[in-house]
Design a protein around this ligand. Sequence first.
Ligand code: SAM
Length: 275
Amino acid sequence: MPTNREVYFQLLKENNKYLNKSVIISLLADASGFDDRMMLYSNFDREVKDTEHLFACVEQVRKGIPYQYVLGYSYFLGNKINVDKNVLIPRQETEQLTVDVLVYLKKAFTKDEVPVIADVCTGSGAIACALENEISTAKLYATDISQEALIVVKSNLKRTELLQGNLVDPLIEKGVKLDVLVCNPPYIEDETRIDEQVYKYEPHLALLAKPGTRCYEEIFKKAHLLMNEHYLMAFEIEDNMEKPLIKLMNKYLDGCTYRFHKDIYDKIRFLYIIK
Ligand SMILES: C[S@@+](CC[C@H](N)C(=O)[O-])C[C@H]1O[C@@H](n2cnc3c(N)ncnc32)[C@H](O)[C@@H]1O
């Protein structure tokens, strides 16, 4: 049986664009049953535990299938999140959005208070999962229009109430009043901007919207039916949306302040609306 080190360098030599260092490490860690990459590094000269499984996964990744779909999971802020082709693979930018929401929640609420929070367009449930783990007192809701996505969400969440339907509609129908809404909706209008692998394998329902501001507009329009007097609404956005979103906020939202934040690639990526 080959060692992890031998397989690592053998795969790297292939120069396959989908088999980069980080992906190979993830595949090797999985084949040895390690959740933590550090465990792989300290066992790098040991034999690969399950070569048959490893090479079956490598074969799919070689063809371009995202390795997270091949393995059936991804990591989001340290949480292991089940994923399949019906949900978007959680992104690093969304981790930044979630951390900003957590910082707000920890400042705005004491440990005894019960903030009411919704993750709208929850997908895999990655954001709600982080909120579950970090804000133990919170009452949490997660919504998505996709029945298939909600099956995946169920496997990732323990105490969040799941609602199927269009954007915030199921929350309004239930009479929920929110302190915090966090949402990473589909927002890409021009599909030619989407990376080839993403376009081929990730769900278009999670990516595309026409116009790109469609989901934000609908949420702003209905915010008065849903949000408490004081609130935070936190959104992931595309970098060309600043002007149209300001227009929509001026049209639909009264008495709030807003801030656009950049991601680590220096692109405007987040919108925080506070009242
Ligand atoms: C960009 S993904 C975000 C997934 C997850 N929140 C994340 O950040 O990784 C958008 C999600 O919105 C859902 N979606 C699309 N249109 C919707 C709608 N009209 N109402 C509710 N959910 C919708 C998709 O099914 C998808 O799961």
